[in-house]
Design a protein around this ligand. Structure first.
Ligand code: ADP
Ligand code: UDP
Length: 226
């Protein structure tokens, strides 16, 4: 099995109010590196990004400006994890794909926040996976996987264990705006499709769930047909 993967962690999970969970992710990632895995991590902006984005919108900023503010918050969350990784983590946080290549070539764990307006960190995870030739993205979020409809809105939503990348769009209702882009945004889906990148969407509130997600024991496995 390819021992390389990209791990996208929701900003709702890497949250400054939960330092022990950040320490938990650092320990899980270090164990995987010691076990011979190469990992690139993308961290989202979470509730703080949305506070700043709502302030930006209130001040009449453009969506691009609101996105850029979200990017910076995601980068700060990424810095929390990168520092927690100690000598395993690459510093500084890459700002573009060229920086990611340089960081990856050092052999360290690359941790990234946002990259550019008009997308989410899910798209960042796909772009990085595609750039590094990695075919496996683990998506740690706060729901158990992809459901047939939003589980936070419909109590009768059913979790899907395995779906094709071509089906994803019909299940996700999405606000295409700063702070939106729920789950997999259009760019993330497009890149996963064209480069046949497999995705496991799982509940990452417990860092140890990464081990189960790696083995497709939990979450939703999104596959592509070669
Ligand atoms: N079909 C679906 N299955 C699961 N979650 C969905 C679905 N449609 C919308 N969602 C919403 O997407 C959210 C996860 O997306 P997002 O908020 O971007 O999370 P993250 O912070 O992990 O990027 C869930 O909390 C859920 O409310
Ligand atoms: O490459 C990126 C990554 C993030 N964002 C902005 O930063 C916010 C926070 O990122 P994301 O929504 O992916 O974080 P999470 O869903 O994990 O909280 C997004 O909503 C976007 O507004 C962006 O513009 N470009």
């Amino acid at each position: 099995m390819e021992k390389r993967f990209v791990l996208k962690i929701s900003g709702k999970i890497i949250d400054p109010r939960e330092p022990q969970r950040i320490a938990g992710y650092s320990s899980v990632i270090k164990r995987l590196v010691d076990d011979g895995y190469r990992v690139a991590v993308v961290v989202g902006g979470g509730p703080y990004a949305r506070e700043y984005i709502s302030c930006a919108k209130n001040l009449g900023f453009t969506d691009a400006q609101a996105d850029i503010i979200g990017i910076e918050i995601a980068r700060v969350n990424a810095l929390l994890l990168a520092y927690a990784l100690g000598e395993y983590g690459y510093i500084p946080i890459p700002r573009n794909i060229e920086d990611v290549y340089r960081a990856w070539s050092t052999g360290k764990v690359v941790v990234v926040g946002g990259l550019q307006p008009g997308q989410s960190t899910a798209a960042v995870a796909m772009v990085i996976a595609e750039s590094l030739g990695v075919r496996n993205v683990l998506y740690a979020t706060t729901v158990d996987g992809i459901y047939d409809k939003d589980p936070n809105k419909f109590s009768n939503a059913k979790k899907l264990n395995r779906i094709s990348i071509d089906e994803v769009q019909k299940y996700i209702s999405q606000r295409y705006e700063a702070g939106g882009y729920e789950l997999l945004d259009p760019l993330a889906i497009g890149i996963a499709k064209r480069s046949c990148i497999e995705i496991t969407v799982f509940n990452g509130l417990q860092p140890e769930n990464v081990f189960k997600a790696l083995l497709h024991e939990i979450g939703t496995h999104v596959i592509c047909h070669e």
